[in-house]
Design a protein around this ligand. Structure first.
Ligand code: SF4
Length: 298
């Protein structure tokens, strides 16, 4: 058996597209929050920490294959929930086995950042922890509340500014369709206004893709949530891109995007808006909806 098969990965492993070349290391399993209505990513997995012996065993195997690895991405829904002390210990252990590692990234929730002091954030940055992928989803407060996201737009603003102060780079997500039918324009404007206050290195755009296991499916069945159509989502994305004033990279090219988009802002804004207009001219609602129905897995 290849020793890579001995690595401790639990359930489906999620990583952002821009971490494709990073070493993946499991240090936590599941999500501390596990309450967002639209989410079915981690199923019934309960949050738990990986034992340090397990992590070291994995690092030993990885060191045998990629001794010159430069970036490590910690998998799990939000490893940044780990205490400051544990993150420091982890960063030190990673360098014991992989001395060339320069940076360590992971998924983080807004409340994970809030629980760390400014000094702790600076110290984590000094140890190479940077490039946090944050599932902000939207800057629209009614949507955040309805979806049980567990943070407000103001909290996103406060915590991301603290990351800016600490020099920790971060990547934000925007999920079109999350505000429901008729609310896309409002969500686009609120999210662009929020992100314009911040310095996201990358904005990852995804679109709501509802699976039966997600609690939101019951809300749809009960008539308390009506999904936005695909053309409304494209109009929403168009408004979002048109309203963004910050320099950033927009990555909307993963499976949930019926029309894949990728570019730098502001340089590529006209091209990106043109690609959305082309798609609106070429594809009917039914064609785009058929694409979404065909998605079996994110
Ligand atoms: S969207 Fe993220 S924070 Fe929310 S339940 Fe899913 S994994 Fe946890």
């Amino acid at each position: 058996m290849d020793d890579l098969e001995l690595l401790h990965f639990t359930g489906t492993v999620w990583r952002p597209p821009y971490e494709a070349h990073s070493v993946l290391l499991q240090t936590t399993v599941g999500c501390t929050h596990h309450a967002c209505k639209f989410c079915s990513l981690y199923g019934d997995l309960k949050f738990r920490l990986s034992p340090m012996e397990e992590i070291e065993a994995d690092l030993k195997i990885i060191a045998g294959h990629q001794p010159r690895a430069r970036r490590v991405f910690l998998v799990g829904a939000n490893p940044f929930a780990l205490s400051y002390e544990r993150l420091v210990r982890l960063a030190d252990r990673i360098r014991d086995y992989l001395p060339k590692v320069q940076t360590i990234g992971m998924f983080a929730r807004i409340d994970d950042i809030a629980r760390k002091s400014d000094g702790q954030l600076r110290e984590l940055r000094a140890r190479g922890i940077t490039g946090l992928s944050i599932g902000t989803e939207t800057g629209d407060d009614p949507t955040l509340a309805f979806m049980h996201k567990g943070h407000t737009a103001a909290e996103t603003s406060t915590q991301c500014r603290r990351l800016d102060e600490a020099g920790i780079e971060y990547y934000l997500t925007y999920m079109t369709g999350l505000a429901g039918a008729g609310n896309g324009e409002r969500a686009a404007r609120a999210t662009a206004a929020l992100f314009n206050e911040l310095r996201p290195y990358i904005i990852g755009v995804v679109s709501l893709t509802l699976f039966p296991e997600a609690p939101l499916a019951a809300e749809v069945a009960a008539g308390r949530f009506v999904e936005a159509g695909e053309r409304e989502r494209l109009e929403e994305l168009r408004t979002f891109i048109a309203e963004l004033t910050i320099p950033t990279t927009l990555m909307g090219h993963t499976v949930s995007n019926a029309v894949p988009l990728l570019g730098r802002l502001p340089e590529d804004r006209a091209r990106l808006l043109g690609e959305i207009d082309d798609a609106l001219a070429r594809f009917s609602e039914e064609e785009l909806a058929a694409y979404r129905r065909s998605i079996g897995h994110l």
